[in-house]
Design a protein around this ligand. Structure first.
Ligand SMILES: C[S@@+](CC[C@H](N)C(=O)[O-])C[C@H]1O[C@@H](n2cnc3c(N)ncnc32)[C@H](O)[C@@H]1O
Length: 879
């Protein structure tokens, strides 16, 4: 063990992290197993060598020769091991963020080593403490740990920084901060008493933290509490930036950096950033100075005030000339020249980007009322949640491997309808009697659909709920349900229909075949023996030997099982179906949407008899369930996932937000001048949707929906786009526009129809594909730029993007352009500032009417794509 200033505490349980640096890389081990990590001698020797301090083998002490990663002491390989140890498994003693942030504060390698030692010590201590607690000992070990570590003042410093950062977690483990006075004192090297934490529970002072309602003895303690516990909130309230060259204020560092690079040259970047107190406009050289200033001068802004909230429009009281450490005190007063576009209407502060304003808004102006309604700790929870949400969100952006597998192996391999399949259908139709044409075609197509379903399901031994549902919603009775399921999955429990019926009712599909007294209109008999059901395969029909429509295959020998299971009941469609409507696929989404999306062709029978299959499919994608992956949510390119773009959740505490209190409504009102609804009534204090979920906000403005960071439920009135497709749609073939989408039921004005879903990609990436894309007949790119009304939508700080539905998409990719459309496109901000695109009915739409929206595509040189929308005001070209 070293002595004097080179004290290293021997700790048996410490994992071996102790290596000594001498010269460039000569690190010896005092005692491989017994060392407290890093003696001071190591720390002082050759401190700026950026070689990893990990060791490769403990037996013969093989040291790692790799370079340490930036800001750390470890290489790529050793860092995770260290972090794992430092975090102490489940308890996550030192979270990565805290550790990395502290590392960034280290001015030298020596400081890094000390921080590292502090972490290791904490880890060791906790392990010991936990093991003792388990053996029945329960006491406050804080004095002990501080006494041990205080032999090395440098490490103490870091430990004391580390502990407050992780205080809440440690409080539970160490038992401080619970009941009694929580002053934890220790001697530092100079013998002075260091107050680690002073948080006296004294409700009588009435000094409460406005976020977590804890009581504090004075402003100083409250200030420390904010900088330790509510660091993020403090950031959104106080931390701004100034350009040190021209003193222009900024609220977002990236925007400032861009400004410096563009206006003053990149070489000045690191010297040009000052930290600015947003409350009083004082500037500081570094964050520490700013925090000190905040704690000494602005603590009154942390308190829960009894006084009523500041009236709207009244500026926040600004303290002027407050800190002696301020370098440029008040230099900026009156210099807010509008370079920051977004002004908080409540306090007058200006912000560079929307999320910053959103976060500020939430922290500063969750009105006293809503703060009061929040459960203790809510504010912190809300903001902390963002991190977890973000990673989950990131994950959810990619299709899960099982989904990918299912999509690719299912749709790509098994769901291909070949032209021979179609030719088979066509051939059969040619031979069939015209009077029964529709029935025959339905039957044959249904047979094919059944085959396709059964193929994709073959790999699965049990049907999932989705599988059961997709069958359940198209069968005529429980007998046929059982039969259809057994064909694909083997023997099923007889009461599977109960589950199927429940699944249907859960998503609002009305069925009555589960009831005891139900009699199947198709005459299906119960007690049907599934073993006799032949596998449903597309028959290789000889043109000349076509089963007669009037004599469908006698499946069970009794004539009981006919075409009924997969033939859509024409009653489903309110508009008059022509006999010539042929269902090609019952659900192009294959169960992914709440309602099946039927694909049909309407043909004049005689015309159809003459049509060759390849002609039928000449335009765009061959068939609408082929050549792309059906997805119900957009897929975001990872380069576009940026925490800066995340939108905060609201602070409402109810399952259903109310517009008067919801932060999203406040945010909208704060950002937009006098917006009105589609009837001309001011929007102030209202959701973009009415009580029937119909959009009422005027076009051009973004809609801010509640998101997954809010605690409201999925049925919150401010979550409409997120509900997904709730209207019945059908894909059909047009004469000269390829496939199209029509309403399969009347759609009232204002109804959300569907989201334009696809891969969200940067404009540049999308443009790379445009050339090849425009050469092909079809383009599935949604050009955001042409749908954003710059006067009404703030895009600062976001990069231009497009939605490409070529490879991944939903039913919206089949909606055609019209110069006189019946759908409007709305930008809907949910979890990211990169808005979703919602298609809403802008008129009452009748069943059977084709849906369309205005693509607003730029006209390309040359012939482009001639428009066949047929509107009187047709511009002649789609693009
Ligand atoms: C997003 S896709 C729409 C679905 C497409 N019709 C299909 O069959 O897959 C856009 C393409 O449809 C065609 N299209 C859409 N609207 C059209 C219109 N009004 N006139 C002619 N073609 C149109 C163009 O080929 C365009 O590139």
């Amino acid at each position: 063990m070293a002595s004097g200033s080179q004290v290293s505490v021997q700790v048996k349980l410490i994992p071996t992290m102790a290596e000594e640096i001498s010269g460039d890389k000569a690190r010896g081990l005092e005692s491989t197993d017994l060392l407290y990590p890093m003696s001071t001698s190591m720390a002082t020797a050759n401190l700026d060598v950026h070689i990893c301090i990990g060791i490769l083998s403990h037996d013969n002490i093989v040291e790692c020769q790799d370079y340490a990663r930036r800001h750390t002491l470890y290489c790529e390989k050793h860092l995770p091991k260290f972090l794992k140890r430092a975090r102490n498994g489940k308890s996550r003693l030192v979270s990565k963020d805290v550790f990395i942030n502290l590392l960034k504060c280290c001015a030298s390698r020596k400081e890094k080593l000390c921080l590292h030692r502090a972490c290791e010590f904490l880890y060791w201590f906790l392990r010991n403490n936990i093991s003792r607690q388990q053996s029945g000992l329960d006491r406050d070990y804080m004095p002990q740990i501080l006494a041990e570590v205080s032999k090395d003042p440098d490490v103490v410093d870091w430990l004391l920084k580390l502990i407050p950062s992780e205080r809440e977690k440690l409080a539970n483990l160490w038992g401080f901060g619970a009941n009694e006075s929580n002053q934890i004192l220790t001697d530092n090297q100079e013998g002075s008493m260091m107050v680690l934490q002073e948080e006296i529970t004294n409700p009588s002072t009435g000094l409460k933290c406005k976020i977590c309602f804890r009581d504090f003895s004075d402003d100083q303690c409250l200030g420390l509490h904010w900088t330790e516990v509510h660091r993020k909130e403090t950031r959104w309230l106080f931390r701004g930036y100034s350009c040190a060259v021209c003193m222009e204020p900024f609220t977002n560092r990236k925007v400032l950096e861009k400004h410096v690079q563009q206006s003053h040259g990149a070489q000045f970047l690191q010297y040009s950033i000052l930290f600015r107190c947003m409350s009083c406009n004082s500037n500081f050289l570094n964050m520490d100075l700013l925090w000190q200033h905040i704690v000494s001068d602005h603590t009154h802004e942390f308190r829960l005030l009894d006084a009523p909230q500041r009236p709207k429009g009244q500026s926040v009281k600004r303290t002027e000339g407050t800190s002696i450490k301020a370098l440029y005190d008040n230099h900026n007063l009156g210099k807010d020249d509008g370079s920051q576009k977004l002004t908080c209407r409540l306090c007058g502060l200006k912000f560079d980007i929307l999320p910053d304003l959103g976060r500020h808004h939430q922290v500063a102006h969750m009105d006293q009322g809503s703060v009061g309604h929040m459960p203790p700790g809510r504010g912190k929870y809300q903001l902390n949640r963002g991190r977890h949400y973000y990673s989950a969100f990131k994950k959810s952006l990619r299709p899960s491997s099982s989904l990918k597998k299912r999509i690719s192996s299912g749709i790509e391999k098994h769901f291909k309808i070949s032209s021979s399949d179609l030719s088979m259908i066509t051939s059969q139709m040619v031979e069939s009697e015209t009077a029964n044409l529709g029935k025959l075609l339905d039957f044959q197509c249904s047979d094919l659909a059944q085959t396709l379903f059964s193929k994709i399901q073959k790999t699965r031994s049990h049907p999932s709920n989705l599988d059961i549902l997709s069958v359940a919603r198209s069968v005529c009775c429980k007998t046929s349900l059982l039969a259809a399921l057994e064909v694909k999955y083997g023997t099923m429990p007889e009461n599977i229909y109960v589950k199927a019926a429940k699944l249907c009712s859960d998503i609002g599909i009305q069925i009555d075949w589960h009831q005891e007294e139900f009699i199947c209109p198709n005459g299906c008999k119960s007690g049907y023996n599934s073993n006799t059901l032949p596998p449903l395969q597309p028959t290789q029909v000889d043109l000349l030997v076509v089963p007669s429509v009037t004599n469908p295959p006698d499946i069970d020998g009794t004539g009981g099982m006919e075409e009924y299971h997969y033939v859509l009941d024409s009653e489903d469609f309110r508009w008059k179906l022509k006999n010539e409507r042929v269902v090609l696929c019952e659900d192009v989404s294959f169960g992914r949407e709440k309602f099946p999306i039927v694909c049909a062709v309407d043909v004049d029978a005689k015309e159809f008899l003459r049509t060759k299959p390849e002609e039928l499919l000449q335009h765009c994608s061959s068939v609408p369930w082929q050549g792309f992956h059906y997805v119900t949510a957009r897929l975001m390119d990872s380069s576009l996932v940026d925490s800066e773009n995340c939108v905060v959740g609201c602070a409402c505490s109810h399952a259903h937000c109310s517009p008067g209190k919801c932060d999203h409504v406040n945010l909208f009102d704060t950002l937009h001048e006098n917006p009105v609804d589609i009837y001309g009534t001011p929007m102030q204090g209202r959701f973009a949707y009415d009580e029937n979920s119909k959009v009422i906000l005027q076009e051009g403005y973004p809609i801010y929906e509640c998101n997954s960071l809010c605690t409201c439920e999925a049925s919150c009135p401010n979550k409409v786009l997120q509900q997904g497709l709730l209207v019945k749609l059908e894909i059909f073939k047009t004469e000269n526009k390829g496939w199209a989408v029509r309403a399969a039921e009347p759609i009232p004005r204002g109804t959300f129809v569907c989201e334009y879903v696809g891969e969200v990609v940067k404009d540049d990436d999308a443009m790379r594909n445009v050339e090849s894309d425009t050469k092909s007949a079809c383009s599935y790119l949604f050009d955001m730029a042409s749908h954003i009304d710059r006067g009404r939508v703030d895009t600062s700080g976001t990069c231009p993007y497009m939605i490409d539905a070529t490879r991944y998409g939903n039913v919206s990719r089949f909606i055609n352009h019209s110069c006189w459309p019946n759908l409007s496109t709305r930008l809907v901000v949910v979890e990211s500032r990169l808005a979703h695109v919602g298609l809403f009915a802008n008129l009452d739409i009748a069943a059977g009417e084709e849906l369309s929206y205005d693509y607003r595509r730029k006209l390309l040189p040359g012939a482009g794509c001639p428009c066949h929308c047929g509107a009187r005001n047709c511009r002649g070209r789609v693009y």
